[in-house]
Design a protein around this ligand. Structure first.
Ligand SMILES: Cc1ncc(COP(=O)(O)O)c(C=O)c1O
Length: 465
């Protein structure tokens, strides 16, 4: 969402026009930045202007905090390029793309242990946010239909989740008018406390959320424990409350690294799961997945049947049009890697995670904020030096590393975390370089601060990182 720039009328001409460096060679026009140019710009010039400006963006490989994929194989890129113009919604025009979409939903339902006899269903989405919002909307609708059938009021739905949830959970609550009941973190607990869930639940609870890999620390919430609690509540109170598992990251990791962990459709209350294709599904940004355990978990009333494109077609997405490229790239990865390949990639990420974490911990400067269940190293300062994690993060930019620093939510907000998501493209060598740079930068900042306090005693200088 972009607001209008209110200062445009104050800017000098030089800031309102693009004046290409190459202008004297083959292009002399100035191109307005904030208004549509009146004339045509040659393709090579338009390309060069944008290409050059984007040099100012960070390098994706050094974007340590990001969960999204920054590298794919050339064959996958070829498929994406070949299919970029295909609109996924045109199912009848592109029936094979639709067939591949169906195969992926089957593969994921199987991966999440839906069971041979379940009538699962699912869809591709733009990302996990859309998948989560659609999943929760379905649970709100099921709850509402049940309330109507019982002749009970349905104007005060609520949803229970932990403070470690991604902002899209809060967005859902606000956009879809559901009261969020958020279970806070504690200074020593960064996941939901199942012991507090029972007190938050009532007959108006549409769903309980559980996260397989929180955005803050990468910790997995205790889905099995929540499921047991909801079984007791169902038995004792008669409320059948579903769990939606936000497996944005974990859904493509845990089935390969820890297949025995029960977090998925093996648990009776887990009725819907989202996973990001563009995170550890290893596809470029623009792809999420939503899977329901049973067709009846998605109320018929929410499915729109449109006929604009020929035959009638059911849809359950927020957006109508979307690119087919990433869906095909997801299928490429599933086909190419299989269980063996995904297992090997994820285990490699975990090994690099452990290596990086150990280097940081043994430096004596940092401590971990999670158990490294996923390839995410969330850590904090062990001591309280006179500089902040935000300053460390800023200083590391000099080497190109983009290491985010952020405060944890309420009740754990005394903690400022730093996070490295160890993606497939982050090698052991990179982990070593990064660990050296983090530790070295910490020491430089520490020394600088000490020098400022005692200018005569510390005149040794380290080389700058
Ligand atoms: C746990 C979790 N849920 C949801 C999301 C939102 O995913 P997306 O960016 O695909 O919409 C994220 C993103 O980082 C996440 O970590």
């Amino acid at each position: 969402m972009i607001s209008k720039r209110s200062d445009l009328h104050k800017l000098p001409d030089s800031e309102l026009y693009l004046s290409p460096t190459y202008a004297t060679r083959y292009f002399v026009e100035r191109v307005p930045k904030y208004k549509l140019p009146e004339s045509i710009t040659p393709a090579s010039v338009a390309y060069q202007i944008i290409h050059d400006e984007l040099n100012l963006d960070g390098i994706t490989a050094f974007d340590l905090g990001s969960f999204t994929t920054t590298w794919m194989e050339p064959e996958a890129e070829k498929l994406i390029a070949e299919n970029m113009g295909k609109n996924f919604i045109d199912r009848f025009e592109y029936p094979q793309t639709n067939e591949i979409h169906q195969r992926i939903v089957h593969i994921l339902a199987h991966l999440f242990n839906a069971g041979e006899n379940t009538d699962f269903c699912g869809t591709a989405t733009i990302g996990s946010s859309e998948a989560i919002e659609l999943g929760l909307l379905a649970h709100k609708w099921t709850w509402k239909e049940r309330r109507i059938a019982l002749g009970k009021p349905y104007d005060r739905p609520n949803i229970v989740f932990g403070a470690g949830a991604h902002v899209c959970w809060n967005k859902f609550a606000k956009y879809f008018d559901v009261e969020p009941r958020i279970i806070p973190m504690a200074s020593d607990r960064f996941t939901i406390d199942p012991g507090l869930i029972a007190d938050c639940i009532d007959e108006n609870t549409i769903c309980v959320g559980a996260i397989l890999g929180t955005t803050y620390t990468g910790a997995c919430e205790p889905v099995k424990e929540i499921d047991s609690l909801l079984r007791v509540i169902k038995r004792e109170r008669g409320w059948d409350i579903p769990i939606h598992v936000d497996a944005a990251s974990g859904g493509f990791i845990i089935p390969f690294t820890n297949p025995g962990l029960e977090w998925d459709f093996r648990l009776p209350h887990v009725r819907s799961i989202n996973v990001s294709g563009h995170k550890f599904g290893l596809v470029y940004p623009g792809l999420g997945w939503l899977i329901f355990k049973n067709r009846q978990d998605l109320p018929e009333d929410l499915i729109f049947h449109v006929n604009y494109l020929g035959e009638t077609m059911p849809t359950y997405t927020l957006n109508f049009s979307s690119g087919a490229g990433m869906i095909l790239a997801q299928y490429y990865n599933l086909l190419r890697l299989g269980r063996e390949g995904y297992t090997s990639v994820m285990n490699n990420c975990l090994e690099n995670t452990t290596f990086l974490a150990q280097r940081l911990v043994t430096s004596g400067k940092f401590e971990l904020l999670g158990a490294l269940e996923l390839p995410i190293v969330a850590f904090r300062f062990k001591q309280t030096p006179s500089f902040t994690p935000f300053q460390l993060s800023q200083k590391l930019r000099e080497r190109g590393w983009m290491l985010p620093a952020y405060r944890l939510p309420e009740k754990a907000d005394g903690i400022t975390a730093l996070r490295v998501v160890v993606r497939e493209s982050f090698s052991h060598d990179m982990a070593e370089l990064l660990a050296n740079d983090i530790i070295n930068t910490y020491n430089i900042l520490d020394e600088k601060q000490t020098e400022q306090l005692e200018p005569h005693t510390h005149n040794k200088r380290r080389t700058s990182v």
